[in-house]
Design a protein around this ligand. Structure first.
Ligand SMILES: Nc1ncnc2c1ncn2[C@@H]1O[C@H](COP(=O)(O)OP(=O)(O)OP(=O)(O)O)[C@@H](O)[C@H]1O
Ligand SMILES: [Mg+2]
Length: 388
């Protein structure tokens, strides 16, 4: 199972320029999380801080009991081996063929024989759909293949945590969906903890277990996907719909005069961009048939059911609506009123009183870590409505 990452009160600035402050979130082990945020809000800085390439000013980032903000260089070096990182452009060595690129971390960080390295490299190339392309140079393949090669290389050291920065950049929508499917498939096979940074709304809506958003130097929200996907928070809603109408502007945020002028323009009929308003929670991508079930998704279901009572009502309804009859029985959720007015196809269920978190004995229930605090599972730090 992938490692848990516990981030508390993390802040980063460059000189007087605060990038973000007081970021608190937990990446649950083996779950897939996506971080959204307008350009320049410090998403890449956040990823770099998580692997110790940048040093935050304050706060903690604890992995396997080690706070990487404060630990020694030697410890940091050890912890870094838990990570696989997929950079924006794949970051392949241009003069090496794919085989040597993927073999590189193994030759650099392990004492494995070339025979063993060959076995691992071919396994990862196969996993990422690159079997047969091992002799190609990065310059001879498409952007999508380069991304997959970057992912193959990120996988060779059996990472427990995989960080991905804008996997969709430079890819067409179809290739982006293929790489999204690949993340889910890899997660099903190795149960690693994923954090993906992206602007891609489709990916954000269909891939992760958890969604977060950085905005105005803060983590606006972080929690189960259903929380952000049903949120009425203006910045979150605007971002997920890709529209001009809302608090986010060309240079990150708008002043109130701009906001009012634009409001009037949109009310007078000017198109705010984006397609039709996207509402609700679409189904999540599943592993390709034949692959194992995602253990992270199973654990997440138990986890989310435990914290269900702490979530906003629309998220709660959406989670209940997504349960199969068997899961309803398993969690003691009594169904069902007919479809809720205005939310097509959503069945409401009633929760068992008292113990929403009731989990009957089950071989797929793992104990919560002893320090888990359900009340902090949804981080919600909304700016004052009046400031938006
Ligand atoms: N090494 C650095 N020194 C000084 N400032 C930096 C450094 N790295 C990043 N920044 C600043 O931090 C801010 C956030 O940058 P970052 O690249 O993390 O944004 P981002 O959210 O990833 O944006 P995008 O979506 O466009 O990739 C920017 O203002 C950038 O100029
Ligand atoms: Mg970036």
């Amino acid at each position: 199972m992938g490692a848990e990452v516990v981030i508390e009160g993390l802040s980063k600035s460059f000189g007087k320029h605060t990038i973000w402050r007081d970021v608190t979130l937990t990446l649950p082990p083996g779950e897939v999380s996506v971080m959204l945020g307008p350009s320049g809000t410090g998403k890449s800085v956040f990823l770099k801080s998580m692997i110790g390439l940048l040093k935050p000013d304050r706060g903690k980032c604890v992995i396997n009991g080690v706070d990487i903000v404060r630990c020694s260089e030697r410890k940091l070096y050890e912890i870094r081996k838990l990570f696989g990182v997929l950079f924006q452009d794949g970051a392949l060595f241009g003069s090496m063929n794919l085989y040597d690129n993927v073999a590189f971390p193994l030759r650099e960080h392990t004492k494995k024989s070339e025979t063993e390295i060959r076995r691992i490299v071919f396994e990862k190339l196969e996993m990422t759909g690159l079997a047969g392309a091992e002799r190609k140079l990065p310059g001879e393949i498409s952007g999508g293949m380069r991304k997959r090669a970057g992912l193959a290389r990120a996988l060779v050291l059996d990472p427990e945590i995989i960080l991905v920065d804008e996997p969709d950049s430079g890819l067409d929508p179809v290739r982006t969906t293929y790489i999204s499917q690949l993340f889910i498939d890899v997660n099903a096979q190795i149960d690693a903890t994923f954090l993906i940074v992206t602007h891609n709304i489709n990916l954000a809506r269909t891939v992760p277990d958890n969604l977060g958003m950085l905005y105005r130097k803060e983590l606006v929200m972080f929690g189960p996907r259903e929380v952000l996907l049903t949120s009425e928070e203006p910045a979150v809603k605007q971002f997920l719909n890709g529209r001009m109408d809302g608090p986010i502007g060309m240079s990150e945020e708008k002043d109130s005069a701009t906001l009012a002028a634009e409001r009037a323009m949109f009310e007078a009929g000017h198109h705010a961009g984006g397609v039709e308003e996207i509402e609700g929670v679409p189904p999540q991508l599943q592993p390709t048939p034949g692959l194992p079930e995602r253990q992270g998704a199973r654990r997440r279901k138990d986890r989310v059911m435990r914290i269900l009572h702490t979530l906003p009502a629309p998220a709660r309804e959406s989670i209940i609506a997504s349960l199969t009859p068997e899961e309803r029985r398993h969690y003691g959720v009594h169904s069902a009123r007919p479809a809720h007015a205005g939310v097509a196809g959503v069945q409401q269920g009633t929760l068992p009183t008292g113990d929403v978190a009731r989990l009957p004995d089950s071989d797929w229930t793992r104990p919560l870590p002893s320090n888990s605090d359900t009340s902090s599972d949804v981080t919600r730090r909304l700016p004052e409505q009046g400031n938006l």
